[in-house]
Design a protein. Structure first.
Length: 174
């Protein structure tokens, strides 16, 4: 990865990509974390709590409210905090949460790609880690969600200048 590149990290759920890139981000200050998972049941609450505890106090944390206001909140945090690193954890989760307010996962995918690209491209001094699942994990997902995933991952490399993509297998990668 080149120093000015944003990094799109793909990996199966639970492979350790969040923990790995949270540790990698510790080399930078200040650190901004944007969580995209909406707490919908006890297991999701536990996952969110586990992530919060693992990150600890050295992070500025924003979490999705499931609306397009997320982009404005993230832009404001970037302007105020001026982070050296920003970790967006769970692009597909973001599409799912936005899809509820937009009623269309494909529309949510295009919105995420377009608006996230504006933020990344306008903050080239920030080290960006954009985390998401691999497409193989969507085999049982509904067709509209698989299509939204494909739209997002086709648009991001076009929209974001200097985007590197890796598949995270776990362990001490990349």
């Amino acid at each position: 990865m080149t120093p000015e590149a944003a990094l799109l990290v793909l990996g199966r759920p639970g492979c350790g990509k969040s923990a790995f890139f949270e540790r990698a981000a510790l080399a930078f200050n200040p650190r901004l974390y944007f969580g995209t998972m909406v707490a919908s049941d006890p297991s999701v609450y536990r996952t969110i709590d586990r992530h919060r505890e693992r990150r600890g106090p050295g992070w500025i944390t924003l979490e999705t409210d499931g609306t397009a206001r997320d982009f404005d909140r993230l832009a404001l945090a970037l302007a105020e905090v001026k982070p050296a690193v920003s970790l967006v954890d769970g692009l597909l989760n973001w599409i799912i949460s936005l899809g509820g307010s937009l009623e269309n996962p494909a529309e949510a995918a295009r919105l995420v790609a377009r608006r996230l690209a504006v933020l990344v491209n306008s903050h080239p001094h920030v080290r960006w880690y954009l985390l998401d699942v691999t497409e193989e994990t969507l085999v049982s997902a509904r067709d509209s969600l698989r299509e939204a995933y494909r739209i997002l991952h086709a648009d991001l490399p076009i929209e974001i200048q200097n985007l590197d993509v890796i598949v995270f297998e776990g362990g001490d990668q990349p």
